[in-house]
Design a protein around this ligand. Structure first.
Ligand SMILES: COc1cc(/C=C/C(=O)SCCNC(=O)CCNC(=O)[C@H](O)C(C)(C)COP(=O)(O)OP(=O)(O)OC[C@H]2O[C@@H](n3cnc4c(N)ncnc43)[C@H](O)[C@@H]2OP(=O)(O)O)ccc1O
Ligand SMILES: O=C(O)CCC(=O)C(=O)O
Ligand SMILES: [Fe+2]
Length: 355
């Protein structure tokens, strides 16, 4: 039954607890955005601060051994914290398949999807959520997402939704050598010549993959798809569809730039863990997704992370040159739990690790 749009408790139960999500609400063809989703002005994207003539770097990875390509990657990580890559080696068919699988998962009936809500899921590594943290968010974001923390293929086979599991695993597998190459290049500039059994697990020892669904929204200008935040990963590999709507803050500025969809491309962004490990040389940058009044949008980020049990802090090779450490050593799972205890608020998570 359709919920009351004015009774916040009933509406939240429909959206958050019954598996309908904001997708279910969108499909009711409501004409006006309920108050539950109306964000305060300071949380919405200020379009007057968007610089249309600028864009994040686009890097061709077909010859990733070329020192010029390496330089462009490191420069982008230092000056933008965000870049797009083309000819990256992940087959376009794998990207198309995971996008299609994302649509298929969200097309399931609410009573099927409901099985993956945290309260029903047999594992805490798979959860279907609306907004970011509906228990904490005072105003909800216009997004549903399925989040899967990768433990092993066996665990994925047992617990991930079968309708998208194989495509998601294939995307993760096929992006592994790209991730290694990017980290190798980024480490080289920090004076670390190679990935080895000591540094590799700290840089990429765990992965989380989210399937994000942003349905058509009435009054998109009053809400957000995702509020301004930085990722807590080492780096994130993001696949977006052709809709657009991701905005990135320019370094040390009030201005935003759009990340235009480029067919076959992937977007890479530096997360807080790498900003901390590089002692601020590489930047995790605030980003924001707007809601859309005409199209359903999907995106699929792979968050590449340290292991939960790792202590992270500025890497020895970076601070041994006498540089002052800007961050203390923190247990990565404590850092992530801190992120998951509060609503999105720009770059504030990293304060947790500041000296
Ligand atoms: C979703 O919308 C987003 C997401 C993002 C994400 C950006 C990223 O960069 S995600 C990468 C995060 N890194 C990892 O997940 C890898 C490391 N993992 C860990 O350290 C742990 O697995 C853990 C996440 C800390 C979970 O620890 P564990 O003890 O095994 O599990 P729990 O006891 O269930 O959780 C502890 C704590 O965290 C909360 N939580 C965990 N996962 C989620 C989740 N997917 N969504 C919401 N909350 C989660 C959980 O509720 C617990 O909280 P307590 O307060 O009860 O301790 C960027 C932007 C977005 O909009
Ligand atoms: O949907 C997007 O383009 C970005 C999503 C995002 O920032 C995230 O899931 O962390
Ligand atoms: Fe993000």
């Amino acid at each position: 039954m359709a919920p009351s749009l004015t009774d916040a408790r009933e509406l939240k139960a429909f959206v958050v607890d019954e598996g309908h999500g904001v997708k279910g609400l969108s499909e009711l063809k409501i004409k006006t955005l309920p108050d539950l989703f109306i964000q305060p002005l300071e949380k919405r994207l200020d379009l007057s601060k968007v610089v249309p003539q600028e864009s994040i770097p686009v890097i061709d990875m077909s010859n990733s051994e070329d020192p010029e390509v390496e330089e462009r990657i490191c420069d982008a990580a230092e000056n933008w914290g965000f870049f797009q890559i083309v000819n990256h080696g992940v087959p376009v068919s794998v990207l198309e398949d995971v996008k299609e699988a994302t649509h298929q998962f969200f097309a399931l009936r609410a009573d099927e999807k409901k099985k993956y809500l945290f309260k029903n899921s047999p594992t805490k590594n798979v959860r279907l959520v609306t907004s970011f943290i509906p228990e904490v968010d005072k105003v909800l974001e216009w997004k549903d997402y399925l989040s899967c923390f990768y433990v092993s293929d066996e665990e994925a086979m047992a617990f991930w939704p079968s309708i998208c599991r194989d495509q998601v695993l294939e995307y993760m597998n096929k992006s592994e050598s790209l991730i290694k190459r990017l980290l190798e290049v980024l480490m080289k500039r920090l004076g670390i010549p190679e990935l080895n059994e000591t540094n590799e697990p700290i840089l990429m020892g765990s992965r989380r993959i989210n399937l994000n669904y942003y349905p058509v929204c009435p009054n998109p200008e009053l809400t957000v798809g995702v509020g301004g935040h930085s990722d807590v990963s080492t780096l994130t590999v993001l696949l977006q569809d052709e809709t657009g709507g991701l905005y990135v803050r320019k370094l040390n500025s009030e201005n935003w730039v759009h990340v235009p969809p480029i067919k076959g491309s992937l977007t890479i962004n530096i997360g807080d863990a790498l900003q901390i490990m590089s002692n601020g040389q590489y930047k995790s940058i605030e980003h924001h997704v707007v809601a859309n009044g005409h199209e359903n949008r999907i995106s699929v980020p792979i968050f590449v992370n340290p292991r939960p049990s790792d202590l992270i802090g500025p890497l020895q090779e970076v601070v041994k040159t006498g540089e002052k450490g800007l961050y203390k050593q923190v247990l990565y799972s404590d850092y992530v739990k801190h992120f998951y205890r509060k609503s999105h608020n720009g770059k504030d998570t990293i304060d947790f690790a500041k000296v």
